[in-house]
Design a protein around this ligand. Structure first.
Ligand code: NI
Length: 137
């Protein structure tokens, strides 16, 4: 019997960023990224949805303990990203442009390593209510 279920945990963080490719001049950066290339940074209220898919454990009735999932996300993602300047404060973006796409991939890679390999993991990141990305696809 297929008893796979997807469980979801929603989290939230605030962070600042600047979209800027250092190999381009300012004009090219503003042409590609518009206001997001503003040198003084700007912030977003990010919503994050983590999907974990796995078989329901017969002993617990859970796919995984949601408290444990919440604790892992908090320690390894929220505490690292929340109220930070992603370009300046978060080492993952020292050489990576902190677009929603790249933030989503970074968060996936962090959580993939922390969660049991028996689970499928997917990350959806909302940069605004209307703009969101998902990885992997
Ligand atoms: Ni932005």
């Amino acid at each position: 019997m297929n008893n796979k279920v997807a469980v979801y945990r929603k989290e939230h963080f605030n962070a600042a960023h600047r979209l800027f490719n250092p190999s381009w001049d300012d004009a090219m950066n503003f042409s590609v990224f518009g206001k997001c290339a503003n040198p003084n940074f700007h912030g977003h209220n990010y919503d994050l949805i983590i999907q974990v898919t796995g078989s329901v454990d017969e002993r617990t009735g859970y796919v995984m303990d949601m408290k444990e999932l919440s604790d892992i996300i908090k320690e390894h993602v929220i505490d690292v990203f929340d109220h930070k300047n992603l370009n300046v404060d978060v080492p993952y973006f020292q050489n990576l442009i902190p677009t929603a796409e790249n933030i989503c991939i970074v968060i996936f890679n962090i959580l993939r390593e922390k969660l049991d390999s028996k689970f499928e993991v997917k990350v959806r990141l909302y940069e605004t209510e209307r703009n969101f990305v998902e990885y992997p696809v």
